[in-house]
Design a protein around this ligand. Sequence first.
Ligand SMILES: *[C@@H]1O[C@H](CO)[C@@H](O)[C@H](O)[C@H]1NC(C)=O
Ligand SMILES: *[C@@H]1O[C@H](CO)[C@@H](O)[C@H](O)[C@H]1NC(C)=O
Ligand SMILES: *[C@@H]1O[C@H](CO)[C@@H](O)[C@H](O)[C@H]1NC(C)=O
Ligand SMILES: *[C@@H]1O[C@H](CO)[C@@H](O)[C@H](O)[C@H]1NC(C)=O
Ligand SMILES: *[C@@H]1O[C@H](CO)[C@@H](O)[C@H](O)[C@H]1NC(C)=O
Ligand SMILES: *[C@@H]1O[C@H](CO)[C@@H](O)[C@H](O)[C@H]1NC(C)=O
Ligand SMILES: *[C@@H]1O[C@H](CO)[C@@H](O)[C@H](O)[C@H]1NC(C)=O
Ligand SMILES: *[C@@H]1O[C@H](CO)[C@@H](O)[C@H](O)[C@H]1NC(C)=O
Ligand SMILES: [Cu+2]
Length: 610
Amino acid sequence: MAGFLRGNWPSLLVAVTTLLSSSAAKEVEPRRFELNITWEQNAPNGRAREMILVNGQFPGPTLEIFQGDEVEVVVHNKMPFNTTVHFHGIEQHLTPWSDGTPGLSQRQIQPDRSFIYRWTATQYGSYWYHAHQKGQLDDGLYGPIIIYPSEDIAAPFDLISSDPKTLHDIEKAARNPTPLILSDFRHTPSYEVEPLQRESNVEFTCYDSILFNGKGSVDCWSPEKIASLLSTQQKGFLKNANLTGFTPKGCLPGGAVATVLSPTVPIDVSVIPSEIFDVCVPSTGPQEVITAHESQKWLALDLIGAFGIFTVSFSIDSHPLYIYAVDGEYITPQRVDAVSITNGDRFSVLIPLTTPGSFAIRAASVSAAQLKSATASLTVQGGPGSTNSTAPPTVPSILDNGLPASPNVTKFFSQPKQKQFHPPELVQQTSDQIFKLNMRISGTSFGWALNSSLLPISTLDWAADPVVLFSPKPYAADNVTIYTFNDTWVDLVFITGTFPMPPHPIHKHGNKMWLIGSGTGPFPWATVDEAVQAVPEKFNLVDPPRRDGFVTLAAQTEPTWTVMRYHVTNPGAWLLHCHIQGHLAGGMSLVIQDGVDRWPVVPDEYLEYS
Ligand SMILES: *[C@@H]1O[C@H](CO)[C@@H](O)[C@H](O)[C@H]1NC(C)=O
Ligand SMILES: *[C@@H]1O[C@H](CO)[C@@H](O)[C@H](O)[C@H]1NC(C)=O
Ligand SMILES: *[C@@H]1O[C@H](CO)[C@@H](O)[C@H](O)[C@H]1NC(C)=O
Ligand SMILES: *[C@@H]1O[C@H](CO)[C@@H](O)[C@H](O)[C@H]1NC(C)=O
Ligand SMILES: *[C@@H]1O[C@H](CO)[C@@H](O)[C@H](O)[C@H]1NC(C)=O
Ligand SMILES: *[C@@H]1O[C@H](CO)[C@@H](O)[C@H](O)[C@H]1NC(C)=O
Ligand SMILES: *[C@@H]1O[C@H](CO)[C@@H](O)[C@H](O)[C@H]1NC(C)=O
Ligand SMILES: *[C@@H]1O[C@H](CO)[C@@H](O)[C@H](O)[C@H]1NC(C)=O
Ligand SMILES: [Cu+2]
């Protein structure tokens, strides 16, 4: 039994079959998925490259699960690279070895090997899976997870409408959400990007396409269009670097990225191929079409931000969005015109279908380093007796730079107003431990540090043997490793130490956190209690938003701080990191050993897996 995870996949299949039949007496069989991960030619935006497919698809298949299920995901690595698969936002309650973080929770899955992830679907809602090995997310290893809520979970739909018929239509739509994965996509494979970044000392902030469910095109805009969309901040970056414009790809030129972020570090832009930042070659791939019928009245979408770097504005022409869940958990619904989506985010939205027609689904980058937008289509077919001749012209809510398209567009999703519909517990008013993390750029423009020192992902991938979960360093505190005790409350204070500081989408593995406060200026207080005394208006300890990732405040000229609080209930080795792939690769991570006093006993088959 101990060895059944080893070996190549055909023998494993036999072993798994045996295992399943021998456990047939068990009442509940696990919900089982098999993911064949391959490295193949594909052309999601009309231009071919080698990339990652899961079961021959991109994005990977949706894992449909019912809350309470035991889940088994068998990964067969048929790529020429090591890999791991992380289940983003899944708390992995009592199964920290199935979290998919190389060096922290498991050894890497080598080519022609397999690995079985096992976890319990304790949560409900919208999640996703993705590679956690180096830059493989950018190569296409991701797919949606839907966990259908159990019957006893109350939903907030009667806050959208109290009309019984409408409520019925809404509930029906929400039972069957359509995943819509948004991603940024690059032609250059991640294994080429990494060494080129190191050789040039420049962070590669430029992508080729925005994709909807893996479909899109390469649009090349005229210099005039690009110039007309530039923000004041973007013009300022150009001015500092003595440049006049963004590149034909709509990007801040590579040299200027480094000038802005790490002006004292020598760079070598000559090693950067011109297609990375500059040359735009148009190509056309398929367009994603979401089809619905007017008679449904409502449509539910699970929006998933599978970005390597972008944050986008998202909207659907002529349609409001009712956001009813964030990162999988119900909230008091917000009716908005648009929502900003960043790396790792999930927004579950309901859309009223009132008119047949075709409406643009828009995503536009609001990241400072690149202008880019793309559209998919919402096609609403007409019901019997309806006519589309009277359909009004469609009205966009956002422009190609993500800004509101007209003064009428006033409602973007508001995180401060995000109210959890039924939080599992109240946030504790005081904490037991505080960790102040000084975020800064350390060296090159991609060398972001979560706390002063870099923890490059390569350190975890290659050097962390034994794996932290298997051999914890309980009392290690070396700038990049912290520890906590079970059933304590922990504050993570993210302080910007260098300027300019972009917003960082910080994701914690293993549990959700509350965003209890943020502010501008230094954070001179020894504890969050003291901070709350001094600036109570900067805190919300009553009903703060709860998520598995929050974006830290950007900073231009003075420091900012962001406080996240969480309850340690799930001992294990968890990564806390920026979800921007370049920043993660560059070192923006912290190892959290949660609950060192109640460390889990790792099953032999995971300990021995190699
Ligand atoms: C994975 O690949 C194996 C061998 O090619 C095949 O038998 C199996 O059906 C594949 N599984 C899926 C889910 O595609
Ligand atoms: C692949 O994983 C194995 C096992 O963890 C490790 O020894 C090897 O160095 C890894 N290879 C690469 C290129 O990371
Ligand atoms: C921009 O030009 C000014 C004046 O010529 C010069 O002092 C500065 O070093 C230049 N900056 C860069 C990044 O080249
Ligand atoms: C609009 O009307 C045309 C002609 O009747 C029909 O073919 C088409 O499907 C309709 N479009 C929608 C979105 O209902
Ligand atoms: C704004 O809303 C008003 C009132 O509904 C409408 O008349 C006007 O055309 C809208 N303007 C734009 C730019 O959409
Ligand atoms: C921790 O940070 C300090 C200050 O930046 C540095 O001197 C030290 O080398 C770091 N330690 C480790 C283990 O990275
Ligand atoms: C953060 O790094 C500093 C060194 O710059 C170190 O003194 C401090 O202990 C670290 N904080 C944590 C929480 O590890
Ligand atoms: C950790 O603490 C939580 C919250 O009190 C508790 O439910 C859980 O059983 C504890 N875990 C262990 C392994 O003791
Ligand atoms: Cu970051």
